[in-house]
Write a protein that binds this ligand. Sequence first.
Ligand code: TXE
Length: 500
Amino acid sequence: MDKASAILSLPSEPREFGFFLDGKWVEAGDRDVFERASPGHGVAVTRIPRCTTDDLDAAVASARAAFNDRRWCGLSGADRAAVLLKTAELIRARTDEIAYWETLENGKPIAQARGEVGGCVGMFEFAAGLARSLHGDSYNNSGDGAFGVVTREPVGVVGLITPWNFPFLILCERVPYILASGCSLVAKPSEVTSATTLLLAEIMSEAGLPDGVFNVVTGSGSSIGQKMAEHMDVDMLSFTGSTNVGRAVVEATGKSNFKKLGLELGGKNPQIVFADADLEDAADGVAFGIAFNTGQCCVSGSRLLVERSVADKFADMVVEKLRKVRVGDPLDETTQAGAITTDAQNRTILSYIAKGQEEGATLVTGGGVLDIAGGQYIEPTVFTNVTNDMAVAREEIFGPVIVVIPFDTLDEAIEIANDTEYGLAASVWSKNLDTALTVSRRVQAGRFWVNTTLAGGPELPIGGFKASGWGREAGMQGVEEYTQVKSIHIEIGKRAHWVE
Ligand code: TXE
């Protein structure tokens, strides 16, 4: 069958996974098992162990042993790079398999999932270079009697908690950088999307990663995640998820060992469209920015700020684009937007759609559920007559729902853009260089796009301002994040004695 018109089949029975400890699979045994139903079809697709806190302790001990005996951090950057490059090659070879399980557990379109796996290959390749180029600094300017060296050392054992919206991509925006630094890690994927994290651990073992350097413990956030945040032998935690859980994690780390923290949390990201933009391009970008991954991206462009003179016309253009988005079975090659990943998220999105109407906003398109393939689907939705104080304009909906807010001046656009607790991402659409540059410099956001959106690559660091998080992942900063700095002062020659 022609790939472009193919629809993959569902598995005949759920795939059983164990968890990954000290370089080996461990079967569920008598542990409880979490059965995951594909959100796109309502059919059971995977079975994953609910690990115990003893399992977590064992995984941390394994990562600790690997770190302390220096089987990974003691290697040269070149040797670490070789494993990361081999991993890239193996991921590439297993793209279809990884994308398939990602789609089944998450509900995203298969073609998109495959594209994301391709992006992950790039992450490993780029991080391999960083393993070799990571370096410190030196000070040769302290006189003939002294020499200063600044080194970067791996933090140690990293705990990695990831969400369900991009299970493999978010993982790969972190794991190769963590490993490039020389750290070892224990990953805890979201309980609803654990399969591809487990597959990566298996792949890395095959690529030559020493046992114990990368462990995966599956289970719920409230037990395993919380315990990982509290764990006295985890040196750093990288958490990606909701702002509320981010707060709980900060509290837990404060009450334990003050572990270093990286946080990537929510966003309410503005798309700022000026009348002088290429409006056709902007409408396409805005539609992509909210319908891609059904709006379940921390960087989705969920607030459309548009210059009043073109606001009505532009809203119509976006509506027209969104009505054409092919929402469908995630296993269909032609689908552009798939299912809503969790039941809870489905309810949240629908409750915000109801709330927007109660608040007096006008629902101009979408708002309904779609009956597709036995799964849960929501139409791309646009609200106009929105003010920035409404809940639909302030709170992260995490679904295909965009609100339109007009502005009159550049200053007003910037003020509305920054009038949010978040600061994750923003886009500006304008053909005027002064406008684009001024907005890009004054909007508080860790990622900024000019005449595009949701773009990036392994070179560009990601992370947020304000309540969107702490620290950066990916890029050179992404590997530095997992290091700590040591300054070494070296005395040269005879000491000038303090006691005569
Ligand atoms: O996220 P959680 P949920 C936002 C989005 C969404 C909302 C809820 O607005 O509607 O969060 O989604 C683990 N200690 N984002 O409830 O709970 C959990 O097991 C430690 C934005 O699924 O934050 C999972 O692995 N860990 C976000 C991870 O945290 C805990 C992506 C995220 O789950 C824990 C996802 C605890 N007490 C949701 N409780 C983004 N920025 O991309 C849960 N976890």
